[in-house]
Write a new protein. Structure first.
Lengths: 332, 755
């Protein structure tokens, strides 16, 4: 662990100012990911700007939905009645992740910025294009059972580890950020990036921008939504494959659909092709199977993760069936 | 409900043996009063950290320590270029206690990834850690040998024995019998590398005073640490004191002495300061041993009635390139079933990994997974119930040693377990039960573990105030040793447990051997019983010789000890308290030492603990996720000293067995040789949600041949066969036989009865 300077910001303008002047500064919120990475020298910021005193903890009802403060803890969001009733997929995704202790510390903003759990990224003994650009990707010739099947590049096959982000991708969430040039909004689907030739850049957030809130628009499909996570043990494991599904069903026909997958790509994988098939179709298994096929149409397996393609297909069918059967409104 | 069959009868005297007492050290643990190796306050202490190799094969070209040495707070940087010459210690348990004969930091050669290349001592832990990262090491790197499959042509016969037997052994003609058998199973089973992962990482605090050394260590073997350090530094054993009051789990990886222990002492000497060295979880994946991966062929020949006519158990396990450890998977097969034709053979494949070591039931754990899986396969081929198949082949005497069993309640274990589990409700047809989205299956397997005991010494002191103290330098790994030994002492002394205390984990106390091989209760318990009896005998002598005593002139065998008093056996009103005896004699206390020897008589019996596991699983028919839903296990472990801690040992073993069946696997990168999943986020062990209700029955028994206190050992048998029971249940649920553990969803997806 490198020596570093610790500063505490009192408002978002001050926090942004501190980081804007120093490319090696990082915001510190719950610290459940960043501090681990610092201990392992995966990240070596020279300055930490503690933002925990900023007034960004509230979950507020807005004209068209909810505004979730960036410092709201994962536990608070998961257990908020408005979230459970209006956006059950978000509550379920949060509760499927980590452990109660971690969820009490981890924040919404931090969860958005979680780094990959690729073994090779997490261990500085290995080369890694995401950690040291140009050093190579040992996961491709190495052990890649947990790696991406969609949207990967020959530079990086890591997956995004978050459950929450998969739900946000299916909810048309919008990320509100503040930077030196003022505030802006980034649609969730454009927040994270595919690896391409620059796997070291996870998101389209600029280094001097601070996430202040996540806006969740209410909708009929958000109300009838759910999260499914397939994993190697019952709890406290990252997803092999996860699915956030949201459907607006009227008289058996799908009015609107959202479908996003976790554990399969460098970012929460929203499948517009599948949504197109679902929209307007009858809500039945045949439709769901067609949607599942569309999700994995362009999937490319690595040596150890071909099973994820079939697993993803099955998980999509199960998740859509479960959501169709559960009726609109509220986690079970 | 936990129907402990062992209850009243073993307790005929109404004594404390067997009582399910809460742990006597429970309060200390939950209040933080229990000090582990890094928690002993030491004045003027410095901190050491170890730095590991970033290559898996080759040698160090150069180490630039200059930046590290200039870093704030740094007191000393040790590499192979300036380390003191340390003497190697034998790894043969009869002669030494080192985990590996290779001494660290003595040469530039790199045998495995993470091997220590340097040590940094600084004022604070953070300073030491930071300075360690400033070292610049360059290497001559060679491609590592990591893949057992790729290296299998380099397999060699072990130099030493395999669990006390030659690597190639046979009786009868197994090959011919197999060829002639009416029904055959001949399959390869694989188990991966596994790591022990005790909660407490290895740690050592070393304090020199002249040429006297005190060490606080996380260990299963205080006297072994003392011996190793004495040899390493060329000082008399009496100069070394090793203290370990609590061990935060060991499972075998703290049973021998790893390199960091000597390095902590070397660092303390070099820095002229007491030094604390705590290893990291990541370092434990490289440097503290592991259970080696195995590839096992099990071939069974049988008659149509299910009688075994041939058993062959042979195969490979991996080894380090610089030392030898054999994972003796064929060991239980020698004696498990009655069969005239048997053959076993083991070979080692040297790889660029740290040397493997003992891990909870070494040999039995992977071996019984393979053997009991093969038995299960045979049961389906024959159409014979798996329990019945095992009864048909029950060994009424030890077929290997040709000796009668000391005691063996294995048939009772099968019957009791089948009844408690509801085995008769099992549909013999695999893949026959679908409940909603889940395929449900039932499986069973046998458990076995030999009786191991080691010579042990104990001292018991009965004080004038009517309290007592029992002492021996054994260990409590979280197993309940403090509690169990308190019960043995209290029972023998005829005192309430509240009046008896136990001191362990200090080489100033009488010698005990390694807390391994499920030996502690038998070995140290018997020594304490002997010392307590000797103390009572001294009290009797004192009373009988004293004309003022009501017991004056009575013969020793007429006198009994109970309730803190000596009385006549036939007239308990005639007697007096220990306090009265000692007071009148002007003695503050009476003290007795007992040296327990076990192998001083010819062996007349073969002694093993036995058991049977019954497991139910639910397999998600779409995804192949396996969840264990119930577990019933029945054991014959001889007399249980404490039904609660003994049942907890069984449960802990079964939880570990569930982990072995479904998730535990250390993965090495086959190109670079580093462990890729070297933390508890990615090396999966069961979490609470993975563990079903586990119902334990301990059959009532007293095995006088196993140990004077009647016990057969409890620490390891719980894991033996547990993974096979789960794997067999998965087959029954799905019709898919997974022969390489762990059984993860990808190995079931879309196969058999899965959709």
């Amino acid at each position: 662990m490198n020596p570093f300077t610790y500063k505490r910001a009192t408002d978002s303008a001050e926090a942004v100012r501190e980081v804007a002047g120093n490319r090696n500064a990082k915001f510190l919120a719950g610290g459940t990911n960043l501090v681990d990475l610092m201990k392992m020298n995966v990240q070596q910021p020279d300055t930490l700007i503690d933002i925990n005193r900023l007034a960004l903890k509230k979950i507020e009802t807005t004209a068209n939905g909810l505004r979730v403060g960036a410092l709201a803890s994962n536990s608070e969001v998961a257990n908020d009645r408005r979230v459970r009733e209006g956006f059950p997929v978000l509550s379920e995704a949060l509760l499927a992740g980590a452990s109660p202790q971690l969820r009490n510390m981890a924040t919404v903003g931090g969860n958005l910025l979680q780094r990959t759990r690729c073994y090779y990224f997490m261990d500085t003994t290995f080369p890694c294009n995401k950690r040291v650009p140009g050093s190579g990707c040992p996961a491709i010739p190495g052990f890649n059972r947990i790696h991406a099947i969609l949207g990967a590049s020959d530079k990086c096959i890591a997956t995004h580890p978050s459950d929450m982000c998969v739900a946000l991708a299916a909810l048309d969430a919008v990320i509100r950020v503040e930077g030196p040039k003022g505030a802006r909004e980034i649609p969730m689907t454009e927040f994270h990036r595919l690896p391409g030739d620059t796997p070291h850049v996870d998101t389209n957030l600029q280094p001097d921008e601070l996430i202040v809130a996540v806006n969740l628009p209410s909708s009929a499909f958000a109300k009838r939504s759910g999260y499914l996570k397939v994993r190697d043990r019952a709890q406290y494991a990252f997803a092999l494959v996860s699915v956030a599904a949201a459907l607006d069903i009227r008289q058996g026909r799908i009015g609107a659909a959202r479908l996003a997958l976790g554990g399969v790509a460098h970012k929460p994988w929203r499948s517009l092709d599948a949504e197109k098939i679902l929209t307007g179709a009858q809500a039945n298994e045949q439709t769901f199977r067609a949607a599942a096929d569309a999700v994995v149409k362009d999937a490319v397996p690595q040596k150890h993760n071909a099973f994820k393609i079939e697993l993803a297909r099955r998980a999509v069918v199960r998740a859509l069936s479960d959501v169709a059967n559960r009726g609109a409104g509220g986690a079970a | 409900m936990s129907a402990n069959q062992q209850s009243s009868k073993t307790n005929q005297k109404g004594g404390v043996i067997g009582r399910p007492l809460d742990r006597v050290d429970g309060r200390l643990k939950v209040t933080g009063g229990a000090h582990y190796a890094v928690e002993f306050p030491v004045e003027n202490m410095a901190h050491a950290v170890l730095v590991g190799s970033t290559i898996a094969n080759g040698s160090i070209k150069s180490i630039d320590t200059s930046a590290a040495e200039r870093a704030p707070g740094v007191l000393h940087v040790m590499t192979h270029e300036n380390a003191p010459r340390l003497k190697p210690v034998s790894t043969n348990p009869a002669e030494g206690d080192a985990a590996a004969r290779r001494v660290p930091l003595q040469s530039p050669t790199i045998y495995y990834s993470g091997q220590y290349v340097a040590l940094v001592v600084a004022e604070t832990l953070e300073q030491a850690r930071h300075a360690g990262e400033l070292l610049r090491v360059t290497y001559d790197e060679q491609p590592p040998a990591i893949d057992m499959e790729r290296e299998r042509s380099k397999a060699v016969a072990p130099k030493g024995k395999v669990a006390g037997k030659p690597a190639d052994t046979s009786r009868g003609d197994a090959d011919a019998a197999l060829a002639a058998a009416a029904v055959r199973v001949d399959e390869i089973y694989r188990t991966p590398t596994e790591h022990h992962n005790p909660m407490e990482p290895h740690a050592t605090t070393a304090v020199w005073d002249g040429d006297k050394l005190t060490v606080y260590d996380a260990t299963q073997y205080t006297y072994g640490v003392r011996h190793t350090l004495a040899v390493t530094f060329g000082i008399p054993e009496e100069n070394v004191r090793v203290i370990c009051k609590f061990t935060g789990g060991g499972f075998g990886c703290k049973g021998t002495v790893w390199a960091h222990v000597g390095l902590a002492a070397a660092a303390a000497r070099a820095a002229r300061r007491p030094v604390r060295l705590a290893t990291t979880r990541q370092q434990m994946f490289a440097n503290m041993g592991h259970r080696a991966e195995t590839e096992q062929r099990v071939a069974l020949g049988a008659t149509r009635e299910g009688k075994l006519t041939a058993i062959i158990h042979e195969g490979l396990s991996h080894n380090a390139t610089y030392d030898e450890f054999v994972e003796p998977f064929s060991k239980p097969t020698h004696m498990m079933y009655a069969c005239d034709n048997f053959k076993a053979s083991q070979r080692l494949v040297p790889l660029n990994v740290g040397v493997p070591t003992y891990m909870r039931a070494p040999g039995e754990t992977p071996g019984m997974y393979a053997l009991e899986s093969a038995l299960d396969e045979l049961s389906y081929k024959l159409g014979i119930d798996p329990v019945q198949l095992r009864l048909v082949n029950h060994a009424d005497t030890d077929p290997d040693e040709k000796l009668p069993w000391s005691t063996k309640l294995l048939k009772e274990s099968y019957h009791t377990g089948a009844e408690a589990f509801g085995w008769s409700r099992r549909n013999p047809k695999p893949a026959s039960t679908l409940e909603g989205r889940f395929l449900v299956g039932m499986g069973m397997a046998t458990a076995v573990y030999p009786v191991n005991h080691f010579p042990s010494s104990a001292r018991v002191i009965v004080r004038q105030d009517g309290s007592a103290l029992a002492e021996s330098s054994t260990h409590d790994l979280g197993t309940g040793a403090y509690t169990v030994l308190t019960q043995v002492a209290a029972d023998t002394l005829g005192l309430p447990v509240e009046r008896v205390s136990v001191e362990i984990g200090d080489t100033n106390l009488p010698r005990a051997m390694v807390s391994g091989g499920s030996s502690t209760t038998m070995s140290v318990g018997s020594a304490i019983q002997g010392a307590a009896r000797a103390a009572i005998a001294k009290l009797k002598e004192t009373a009988r010789a004293d004309s003022r005593s009501p017991l004056y002139g009575a013969s020793a065998d007429q006198i009994v000890a109970a309730g803190g008093r000596l009385t006549l056996a036939n007239n308990t009103s005639k007697g007096e308290t220990y306090t009265e005896i000692l007071k009148r004699a002007g003695m503050n206390e009476v003290e007795a030492v007992f040296d327990m020897q076990f192998n001083d008589k010819p062996k007349t019996h073969s002694s093993h603990a036995f058991g049977a596991h019954f497991a139910e699983v639910r397999v998600d028919a779409d995804f192949g996720e396996v969840r264990v839903t119930r577990f019933n296990s029945v054991f014959d472990i001889g007399r249980a000293m404490n039904l609660k801690t003994a049942a907890s040992q069984m449960k802990g073993g079964i939880v570990m067995g569930i982990g072995m069946a479904l998730m535990e696997e250390t993965v090495y990168d086959k190109n670079l040789g580093h462990v890729v999943n070297r933390d508890l986020a990615e090396y999966h062990v069961p979490v609470n949600a993975d563990v079903p209700p586990i119902d334990i029955v301990l059959l009532e028994n007293f095995d006088e041949h196993a140990s004077p206190i009647g016990a057969k050992g409890a620490g390891e048998i719980g894991i033996v066969g547990a993974a096979a029971a789960v794997a067999n249940a998965v087959y029954h649920a799905t019709g898919v036989r997974v022969r390489d553990l762990p059984i993860t969803p990808d190995k079931l997806l879309g196969k058999g009865a899965l959709r």
